[in-house]
Design a protein around this ligand. Structure first.
Ligand SMILES: Cc1cc2nc3c(=O)[nH]c(=O)nc-3n(C[C@H](O)[C@H](O)[C@H](O)COP(=O)(O)OP(=O)(O)OC[C@H]3O[C@@H](n4cnc5c(N)ncnc54)[C@H](O)[C@@H]3O)c2cc1C
Ligand code: SF4
Ligand code: SF4
Ligand code: SF4
Length: 488
C-alpha cells in the first residue's frame, strides 16, 4: 500500500459525512419535535415556504400539514434553528477510527480498552511521565476518585467507566505542581473544556501550562449521575455495590454486572434514572469531547470496540503509532457508524431546548372534594373554532406498579398559553367515576408539561381526563387505559 493510500484509509472526509446526512430522512415530525414543540421556532415561515404540503397556520403561529409528508427533509434542513452541520454536531477532527485493544489484560474492560491501551503505549514510549485517571474510591464503592498515576500497571487498574463527576482537574493541577512535565489527562467533555479554558485564557493559569504539556483524552459522554442518590436507589433494589464489577450505559439502558463477561444482574432504562442525573448534564451540549486531542466513546462501533476521533496532529500520530506498535487494532473511519454518532450528538445538542420549560409536578395525595367538576359533554364549539382539528393537550401515561401511581404527562400542544386551565381526573369504574380530583393551573405555556402522579388502587383500568379554560370552555376530554407492563 502506498503512503497516500495508507493515509487515505484513515482520512476524515467531509463529503462522506455530508452524504450520510443527505441520506437521512429528517422529516416534518423531527421539525415538530425538536423545534416547534420545544418553543424555539422563530416563526420565519421557511418550512411552509419550501414545501407544497405545508402552510403557515396564523392562528397557531406554526406550520400545518395540508397533505402527505414524503419525508424529504427539506423543511428540516432549511429551518434556521435545526443543527444539520456535522461539524456542529461532533466538532472538528482530523481522522476517525474504530479501535480495540490488543493487550490481553485490558480486554474485557469498558468497551474496546482504547483509553487504557493508549496510556500503556504512552508510558512504554516515555512520552508521558504521569496520567490523570479516575479510579474507584477504595473506601466508597463506585465513587469516583481522580488520581495521578505514573505507571502502565496503574493505567490498567484504571479501566472502566464511573458515571459520576470526577474532580480530575484538581489532580491535574497537583501533578503540574509536583513537577510532572508531560501528562495525559483523561476526562469527560466538561473536564476537557476546563483544561482547554485554562490552557487558553489569561486568568493566571497559563503559567502552569508552560511547565507541562497536557495531552487531552476525552471520553464521549451523554450524562452522569449523582452517586449519592443513584447508588441509594441501587441499594434499595437489593444491589450490593461492592459486588458490582462493571457499570455500562448502552442503547438507553444502564446495566450493572457482577462478572465482566456475564449478563447484567440488573438493568434500568435511562429514562427511569433521569431524576438521579446530575443537573449540570442537562445543560451540556458536547457528546464527543470536541476540545480533546483524542476523543473515545462506544457509540458508533460494535461491542468491545471504540469510536475514536483524532482531533489534533499529535492525537492522530499517537493513535496510529500505538496501532503500528501493536497496542491497538484500528479500522478506518468508514467502519464508524456515523449516523449513530450524529444521532446521539444531535440528541444532546437539542436536549437543552427543553430545559427552560417549566414542568409542574403534582402528586395527588389528599381525597378531593366531590364538587370538583368540569362541565360534562364534548369539547366546546369555542374550543373547536380556536383549535380546529388539533388536540389542545397531549397525554402520555406511565404506570409505576410498585408505588401504584399512574404518571400522566400532559402537554399544552396549542401554540399559545392556556390560562386558568382546570384539569380534572377520575377513575372510571364501569360507568361510575371514582376518586375525582381537579387542579387549576394559572398559565400553561405552549409545550409546557404538567406531570401528575395519580394514585391508583387497582393496577388496571381507565382514567378520565378533562380540561377546560375560562376562555374556551371545555377543551379536552379523553379516557386513558392503563395496565401492568406484562398485560400490554
Ligand atoms: C460519565 C460518563 C458517561 C459516558 N457516556 C457515554 C455515552 O453516552 N456514549 C459513549 O459512547 N460513551 C460514553 N462514555 C465513554 C465510555 O463509557 C468509555 O469511557 C469510552 O468508550 C472509552 O472506553 P474504553 O474501553 O477505551 O475505556 P477504558 O480503556 O476502560 O478506560 C476508561 C478510562 O476512563 C476513565 N474514567 C472512568 N470514569 C471516569 C469519570 N467519571 N471521569 C473521568 N474519567 C473517567 C478511567 O480513568 C479510564 O482511564 C461515558 C463515560 C463516562 C465516564
Ligand atoms: S414533504 Fe418534505 S418539506 Fe414537506 S413536510 Fe414533509 S419533510 Fe417537510
Ligand atoms: S423554518 Fe424553523 S424556525 Fe422557521 S417557521 Fe419553520 S420551524 Fe419555525
Ligand atoms: S453530560 Fe456534560 S456535564 Fe455531564 S458529565 Fe458529561 S460532559 Fe460533563
Amino acid at each position: 500500500m502506498t503512503e497516500n493510500e495508507e493515509k487515505g484509509k484513515y482520512d476524515y472526509s467531509f463529503d462522506y459525512i455530508s452524504k450520510k446526512l443527505e441520506g437521512k430522512k429528517d422529516s416534518y415530525g423531527m421539525l415538530m419535535k425538536e423545534i416547534i414543540r420545544t418553543g424555539i421556532c422563530t416563526e420565519c415561515g421557511t418550512c411552509a415556504a419550501v414545501c407544497p404540503v405545508l402552510e403557515w397556520d396564523h392562528l397557531m403561529g406554526q406550520p400545518k400539514l395540508t397533505g402527505k409528508c414524503t419525508g424529504c427533509g427539506i423543511c428540516y434542513n432549511q429551518c434556521p434553528r435545526t443543527i444539520t452541520d456535522p461539524i456542529e454536531l461532533m466538532g472538528e477532527f482530523k481522522t476517525g477510527y474504530v479501535a480495540n485493544t490488543n493487550i490481553p489484560e485490558v480486554i474485557g474492560g469498558q468497551d474496546g480498552g482504547t483509553v487504557v491501551s493508549l496510556l500503556c503505549y504512552l508510558f512504554d514510549e516515555h512520552l508521558i511521565d504521569a496520567a490523570i485517571v479516575t479510579m474507584k474510591d477504595p473506601n466508597k464503592p463506585w465513587y469516583p476518585a481522580a488520581q495521578i498515576i505514573t505507571s502502565k500497571e496503574d493505567a490498567i487498574k484504571s479501566a472502566g467507566s464511573i458515571y459520576a463527576h470526577s474532580q480530575t482537574v484538581e489532580s491535574l493541577m497537583d501533578a503540574i505542581r509536583e513537577d510532572y512535565r508531560s501528562i495525559a489527562f483523561v476526562g469527560t467533555p466538561c473536564n476537557i473544556d476546563a483544561v482547554e479554558k485554562m490552557m487558553s485564557s489569561p486568568a493566571g493559569m497559563l503559567k502552569y501550562f508552560m511547565r507541562a504539556h497536557v495531552l487531552k483524552i476525552g471520553l464521549f459522554c451523554m450524562d452522569s449521575f449523582s452517586p449519592e442518590t443513584l447508588y441509594t436507589r441501587f441499594e434499595s433494589d437489593g444491589i450490593d455495590l461492592s459486588k458490582i464489577v462493571k457499570m455500562d450505559i448502552n442503547k438507553g439502558k444502564f446495566h450493572l454486572y457482577q462478572e465482566l463477561n456475564g449478563e447484567p444482574v440488573k438493568s434500568y432504562t435511562i429514562r427511569s434514572l433521569h431524576k438521579y442525573k446530575s443537573s449540570s448534564c442537562n445543560f451540556c451540549v458536547d457528546l464527543t469531547a470536541e476540545n480533546a486531542d483524542i476523543s473515545v466513546g462506544s457509540v458508533g462501533s460494535g461491542p468491545n470496540k471504540n469510536t475514536v476521533f483524532a482531533r489534533s496532529g499529535i492525537g492522530a500520530e499517537i493513535i496510529e503509532d500505538a496501532a503500528k506498535k501493536g497496542y491497538l487494532t484500528i479500522e478506518p473511519f468508514d467502519a464508524i457508524n456515523l449516523n449513530a454518532v450524529l444521532f446521539l450528538g444531535k440528541l444532546k445538542k437539542v436536549s437543552q431546548y427543553n430545559i427552560q420549560k417549566r414542568k409542574v409536578f403534582i402528586v395527588k395525595d389528599q381525597p378531593s372534594e366531590e364538587s370538583a367538576r368540569i362541565e360534562s359533554g364534548p369539547v366546546s364549539e369555542k374550543a373547536k373554532s380556536a383549535f380546529g382539528t388539533r388536540r389542545a393537550l397531549s397525554v402520555v401515561k406511565a404506570l409505576n406498579e410498585k408505588e401504584k401511581i399512574l404518571k400522566l404527562t400532559i402537554t399544552n400542544t396549542v401554540g399559545f398559553t392556556l390560562e386558568d386551565l382546570k384539569v380534572r381526573f377520575a377513575l372510571i369504574d364501569d360507568v361510575f367515576e371514582k376518586n375525582p380530583w381537579m387542579t387549576t393551573i394559572k398559565e400553561l405555556f405552549p409545550y409546557e408539561t404538567l406531570e401528575i402522579g395519580y394514585p391508583v388502587e387497582i393496577l388496571e383500568g381507565a382514567v378520565l381526563i378533562e380540561a377546560s379554560t375560562e376562555e374556551h370552555g371545555k377543551i379536552f376530554s379523553r379516557s386513558v387505559k392503563f395496565a401492568p407492563e406484562e398485560k400490554k
